[in-house]
Ligand binder design. Structure first.
Ligand code: ADP
Ligand code: MG
Length: 346
């Protein structure tokens, strides 16, 4: 008969159970710790005339701190470049005099002028008089269809060539009574800057910022997976209905739609994206335009331009400027720049 070794106080099965139990406890604790690390913090605030959501996490910093830093930066930009506030208000009442500007203002104005040039003026940062005439300068302003005389008159001061930046970028002057509205580019700029702020605090941060459809990626989900972004169906009552999905690891995507801000008179929809040539809401067959670009600022501005331009020839030259467009047309057919489809697959 075999006998147990009397020198071993633990029977081998007790030893085995102890090891297994410790291993199980370790696994549970480990899973808890790593899961916690991967959990995203999400915060939404009403800024820049829309709901802004920051979804973020970082290895080295509290995500709450990162989100708060992002919101602080967005608030700063909203105050500085929002409609007729801050420096824009000062410029709009400068009556053709030179106005001193800082580097940031010069950068944003120059970027807006570049997009205007690249899109043959479809994006135009001097549309303020037209936008105010229709009542789209303020959510509380009365919206109405102006007379054609009023539109003709307002159009006289419109044109990005009326923004004169001094060569060293320290001063600007508005010619021909021009007035500025940066709403078509400032939201995207705010997203870029907020991401920059987050990254300066914690380089490992990942997540995204969504400012009313202008989305910038901070970094891939859990460091390796794409963020799945739905392009809203432009003719569904259900705001969650999606026409297609894109998968993004980095960069930015912006959508402009005629469903975002509009009013109706006698069954006609008048929306907030204007054709700088006519002074009327753009009517080139597009009801929603989405643009992917490395920069959220440029995605924003090119998306506005894409809405005005349409697809023939319209946005066909966009890839030259690093922009890829996805247009939904009135009949709900879609036009995409070659290359956009890369983002439609995981
Ligand atoms: P949203 O605010 O719906 O995201 P956009 O980014 O397209 O839309 O910006 C639209 C805003 O830009 C309008 O509310 C108006 O203030 C301004 N805007 C309208 N048409 C143009 C245009 N052709 N070029 C530049 N800015 C425009
Ligand atoms: Mg835009």
């Amino acid at each position: 008969m075999r006998q147990r070794n009397p020198r071993n106080p633990l029977s081998s099965s007790v030893f085995l159970y102890t090891v297994l139990t410790l291993l199980a406890i370790f696994l549970i604790v480990w899973t808890f710790i790593t899961n916690n690390k991967q959990e995203y913090y999400t915060k939404t605030e009403y800024l820049l005339g829309t709901y802004v959501t920051v979804r973020v996490n970082g290895d080295n910093t509290s995500p709450v701190l990162l989100a708060n830093a992002a919101f602080k930066e967005i608030k700063r930009i909203d105050k500085k470049f929002g409609n007729n506030n801050g420096i824009i208000g000062e410029l709009n009442s400068s009556a053709g005099e030179w106005v001193e500007i800082d580097q940031e203002t010069a950068f944003l104005l120059k970027s807006a002028i570049d997009v205007a040039k690249n899109t043959g003026g479809a994006f135009d940062p001097t549309l303020y008089p037209i936008i105010r005439l229709w009542g789209f300068d303020d959510i509380n302003a009365e919206k109405r269809v102006p007379s054609s005389d009023e539109i003709e008159e307002a159009l006289m001061s419109i044109g990005y060539e009326n923004i004169e930046l001094s060569p060293e970028g320290k001063r600007v002057r508005l010619l021909n009574g021009a007035q500025i509205d940066l709403s078509g580019i400032a939201k995207g700029y705010a997203v870029d800057m907020a991401i920059k702020k987050i990254k300066s605090i914690d380089e490992s941060a990942t997540g995204f910022i969504d400012a009313g459809g202008d989305i910038g990626i901070i970094g891939p989900k859990f460091g390796s997976r794409p963020w799945v972004i739905g392009i809203r169906h432009p003719r569904s009552e259900d705001a969650d209905k999606v026409i297609d999905y894109v998968y993004m690891y980095d960069g930015a995507i912006a959508t402009s739609g005629d469903y975002e801000r509009f009013f109706e008179v006698d069954g006609v929809r008048y929306h907030h994206i204007f054709d700088p040539e006519t002074g009327y809401p753009a009517d080139n067959g597009v009801i929603s335009s989405t643009v992917i670009h490395k920069s959220a600022m440029l995605a924003d501005a090119y998306a506005t331009a894409a809405f005005v331009l349409g697809d023939s020839p319209g946005v066909t030259f966009f890839p030259r400027f690093g922009a890829l467009a996805f247009l939904v047309k009135k009949d709900l057919t879609v036009f995409k720049n070659a290359g956009f489809e890369v983002y439609l697959n995981k």
